[in-house]
Design a protein around this ligand. Sequence first.
Ligand SMILES: [Mg+2]
Length: 317
Amino acid sequence: MPSEFELIARFFARPCDAEPGVVAGPGDDCALLAPSAGSELAVSVDTSVVDVHFPQAAPAVAIGHRALAVALSDLAAMGARARWCALAATLPEADEAWLESFAAGFHALCRRSRVALVGGDVTRGPLSLSVTVHGEVPAGRALRRSGAEAGDILAVTGALGGGRGGLAAWRDGVRDLDDPLLRAYLLPEPRLTAGEVLRELAHAAIDISDGLLADLQHLCTASGVGAALQPEVLPLAEGLTARLGEAAAREAALAGGDDYELLVALPPEALNEAVNRLQTLGLPLTPIGRVVGEPGIHGIDDSTRPTGWQHFPGGTP
Ligand SMILES: [Mg+2]
């Protein structure tokens, strides 16, 4: 196996000292970064583990994209502008064709999201990718989970259930990355631009990584409110009903997880502007209910209430 330094030099190091805010990129013990004046740093880390978060046989280009995308989604949820990232990769072997494809997927999303890869680490072991992302938000203006108010409209970007539907498509043998469900699962798009737009309009936001119901509950708990949901109006991912059938498609949209869309709570008077501004980004924003004062999620039949993804069900979150 080539050394860690050879792997980093060949597949991951990209000159980034010319990138905005990068005082020194890889090559010293730390990267040195200069946040913009008047901003706060938003920092998040996400680990993607083989056969837990993605199938071992998934295309390497998609694994590279996805590892970064799920981390960037948390910046989008706070309305932060993505700036820098670092990658810690644990690899079972140094398969050069695999690494080239993985790095292509990772770097392509870096370029599109204007994120500089400023550091990294390669170790040997079962395939696992940890991505730390740094974003910036004007001081005091981050979109928090805790700002929802009774009377707010709840709305979601894009469509729901694609993560679960794409996993089902993969298990059914679909391998074409142009398939809309497989794309939603393996090539999710972090809603960074939408997050920055919504930061100016919404009271609260969260990204839907654990499933709509679970993440709505997180938002409600943080805000000390409840929600009246209209499950019949949820926007379903393209091809979802055909793949799963009507009932399972509705459950996937409610609780499937891995959707990486944004759930926001907006004052009613801001809804039209939010819909129109996201429309210019080609992204639908669909109202799905309202924030209410009474805690709990209302509008869902308790006997069929699905639960969101948990790594350690029953344990402390
Ligand atoms: Mg999140």
